[in-house]
Design a protein around this ligand. Sequence first.
Ligand code: ZN
Length: 123
Amino acid sequence: MRSRFSAYMMKNYEYILATYSPPQRPQLSIKELERSAEGIRWLKLDVLEASQSKQLGTVEFVASYYADSDFYYMHEYSYFEKIDEKWFYVKGLSKDKTGKYCPGRNEQCPCGSGKKFKKCCFT
Ligand SMILES: [Zn+2]
């Protein structure tokens, strides 16, 4: 999960595609993944909950990103399955925090720098 988030940040779409579960992969392409992430700057990942059994893993996370001069949360409950000792992304359910948000000027910056928003990414 974290490695997929890092891959999104690094725009490593080959890795993202390779970690989709096998039945989904034929419907996806690197170009498409690239297009869906166009204009997005990923800021931070917060994992709220993670659990795994032998073959199934679930992760609830909130990822924040910046796009078109606005900040957004992507709040998702993701399912992973294990095949040959490797984890693959199966699907994600969008959760209620998903959407636009506006950090307060004196709040911690959503990029995770630890600075106040007004002294960091606020423009
Ligand atoms: Zn910042």
